[in-house]
Design a protein around this ligand. Structure first.
Ligand code: F6R
Ligand code: MG
Ligand code: MG
Length: 368
């Protein structure tokens, strides 16, 4: 039996500001997904938030890009954004970039990470959700899970992982993709994905013990800027990662987040800062609208049902990382408007530079 695991997310309004999704929007989503479950559109669901992003986690047997499932998600976002409008929440409906739904939420604003796979006897899967950053923020942790033996001991000592994985990498500027095998091609892979604003890991596939055409990880890669043609908000990404039995163990999947690496997207989508792994209760972006956060909800899936879940970063084992992230946040903030805290010109989401250049144009003089 094949199961589809879908995470579809959107920012349809924050309260207050861009800090957090209000409980009232979570209620709307829970109510409507319960109806969707009763109508047989989905099998099971879990609603949560990371910062100001409303996250719909759904299981079903309709495959990826199902118009029924996407319609349900779109209706939830529409209804939640109506409530956000009524209550005057901030940026109400901001990620719903088109008015009409036409069979698929792709290209309409929401972010999507979904994969269809044959359920194993026991199927652990982790939903990662980030706020105030971009899809490339997943490059480093996904690489470490599936290709770095210093992170994933199983790559070295578990015969089922020893042949490595296949990475599907997207060039999000040129709209092209390439498949690279690890460990043979790790240098080529790193040459691409180290440039995380352009090359992003979209999916990872197994190379032994599991069906080779069924992904074991998937990351949302929607770029809101490219869809809207102007800055409308950050493309805060999500990812789903399967674990154990021939795949990285749960602890190997979480281990990369013990390092609060620098990501882009903090404050006005224009600053670099550390990604801080937090419990869902702490997934609200406060200091300088951040720092960028990541949450991880782990599930067991059985016959398409979410039979149990756990808030995985709600754990003192990540306290050290959080305090390290605070220290890095403090260090980065002291740079104020200077790079590398502020992003390079071409990557900033907000800029006054054309106006400043225009104002000063007559005062610029030639120099030798
Ligand atoms: C939003 C974000 C925030 C906003 C900032 C300014 O996801 O990253 O940092 O960019 O709060 O928002 P506006 O321009 O709406 O006042
Ligand atoms: Mg927002
Ligand atoms: Mg957000």
């Amino acid at each position: 039996m094949k199961t589809t695991f879908s995470i579809i997310k959107a920012d349809v309004g924050g309260c207050p500001g861009h800090a957090k999704v209000n409980e009232k929007l979570i209620e709307v989503a829970n109510r409507m997904l319960q109806q969707g479950k009763e109508q047989g559109i989905i099998k099971d669901f879990f609603v949560t938030n990371c910062g100001d992003d409303l996250e719909l986690i759904m299981t079903h047997d309709k495959g990826v890009n199902s118009s029924e499932v996407h319609q349900l998600a779109w209706d939830v976002f529409k209804a939640a954004s109506d409530v956000a409008h009524e209550l005057g929440f901030y940026g109400a409906g901001q990620d719903l970039l088109k008015d009409a739904f036409s069979g698929n939420v792709r290209g309409l604003g929401p972010g999507i990470a979904e994969m269809e796979f044959t359920e194993r006897k026991s199927e652990p899967i982790v939903a990662f959700m980030m706020d105030k950053t971009e899809p490339g923020a997943f490059n480093l942790p996904i690489y470490r899970m599936f290709a770095d033996p210093f992170n994933t001991a199983g790559l070295v000592i578990d015969p089922k992982l020893h042949s490595g994985f296949k990475f599907e990498v997207w060039d999000i500027k040129e709209h092209k993709r390439v498949f690279l095998n690890t460990p043979e091609e790790i240098y080529d892979l790193l040459a691409l994905i180290g440039a995380k604003s352009r090359f992003v890991i979209k999916r990872v596939y197994p190379r032994s013990s599991l069906p080779e055409d069924e992904p074991v990880a998937v990351i949302s890669t929607e770029k809101l800027f490219q869809i809207a043609g102007e800055y409308v908000g950050k493309d805060d990404p999500v990812a789903a990662v399967r674990a154990q039995s021939g795949l990285p163990a749960l602890g190997e999947v979480l281990e990369p987040f013990a390092f609060p690496h620098l990501v882009s997207g903090w404050m006005r989508g224009s600053h670099n800062g550390p990604i801080m792994p937090v419990a869902n209760k702490d997934a609200k972006c406060t200091r300088f609208d951040g720092p960028p956060r990541v949450i991880a909800i782990g599930f067991q899936v059985k016959n398409g049902m979410l039979t149990g879940h756990e808030d995985l970063f709600d754990d003192p084992a990540f306290d050290y990382t959080r305090s390290k992230a605070q220290e890095i946040a403090e260090y980065m903030r002291r740079h104020g408007p200077f790079e590398p805290h502020r992003l390079p010109l071409e990557e900033m989401e907000y800029t006054t530079l054309p106006k400043v250049m225009d104002k000063l144009k007559d005062r610029f003089e030639d120099v030798e």
